[in-house]
Design a protein around this ligand. Structure first.
Ligand SMILES: CC(C)(COP(=O)(O)OP(=O)(O)OC[C@H]1O[C@@H](n2cnc3c(N)ncnc32)[C@H](O)[C@@H]1OP(=O)(O)O)[C@@H](O)C(=O)NCCC(=O)NCCS
Length: 158
C-alpha cells in the first residue's frame, strides 16, 4: 500500500471508494435512510472529486494498492481535514491511520500548528484515539443526527 498525491485520473476510483465508504460504513450516521444517503452522496461524483483534486487550496491523497484506491483523504491549506474515507474492503488494516498521519504532516508542512475536522459518528472513536479532542457537537449534514467538531495540536516531530 502506498499513499500518494491524488491525480485527476484517480477521480473515478476515489469517488467509488468514497461512495462505498459512506454507504457501507457510515450506517451509524445515515441509519440506512435512503433520503439521507441520497443527499450525502449527491455531491460525490467523479466530476466533484476531479475539482477537489485540481483545487490548489486542497491537498488530496489516496492510498493505493495493486492499482485499487483503498482510501481517499484531503486537507485544506488551513489544516482542515475534509475527507478521510476508507474502502469497506480495507477497513481496520491501518489505512486511515496512515492516511491521517500523512494529512497531518501535509498540514504542518503548510505552516499549521493544529488540524481541525468534523467527524462522523462512525469515526468519532477513531479520532479520539488519535489525539483529537471534541470542540463541540453540531447537527449533522444531509439529515444525519450529529457530527463532532474536533481539533488536534500537531507535534513538531510527527
Ligand atoms: C472508523 C474508520 C475511520 C477507521 O478507519 P480504518 O482504516 O478502518 O482504521 P485503522 O485500521 O487505521 O484504525 C482502526 C481504528 O478504528 C477504530 N475502530 C475499531 N473498531 C471500530 C468500529 N467498530 N467502529 C468505529 N471505529 C472503530 C479504533 O480507533 C481503531 O484503532 P485501534 O485499533 O488502535 O483501537 C473507518 O473504518 C470508517 O468507518 N470509515 C468510514 C468513513 C468515515 O466515517 N470517515 C470519517 C469522516 S469524518
Amino acid at each position: 500500500m502506498q499513499i500518494r498525491e491524488a491525480r485527476i485520473e484517480d477521480a473515478a476510483g476515489a469517488c467509488h471508494t468514497l461512495r462505498r465508504s459512506i454507504a457501507e460504513l457510515c450506517g451509524l450516521d445515515h441509519g440506512g435512510d435512503p433520503d439521507v444517503l441520497e443527499r450525502w452522496l449527491a455531491s460525490k461524483t467523479p466530476k466533484t472529486l476531479a475539482a477537489w483534486i485540481a483545487n490548489p487550496a486542497n491537498r488530496v491523497l489516496v492510498a493505493e494498492e495493486d492499482g485499487a484506491i483503498l482510501a481517499v483523504g484531503a486537507v485544506t491549506a488551513a489544516g482542515e481535514i475534509t475527507l478521510n474515507y476508507v474502502s469497506p474492503d480495507a477497513r481496520f488494516r491501518g489505512v486511515s491511520s496512515a492516511l491521517l498521519r500523512r494529512l497531518e504532516r501535509g498540514a504542518r508542512a503548510l505552516g499549521n500548528t493544529a488540524c481541525s475536522l468534523t467527524s462522523s459518528q462512525t469515526a468519532h472513536r477513531f479520532y479520539l484515539a488519535r489525539g483529537y479532542v471534541d470542540a463541540g457537537e453540531i447537527p449533522g449534514k444531509f439529515g444525519t443526527a450529529r457530527s463532532f467538531v474536533m481539533t488536534k495540536q500537531l507535534a513538531h516531530e510527527d
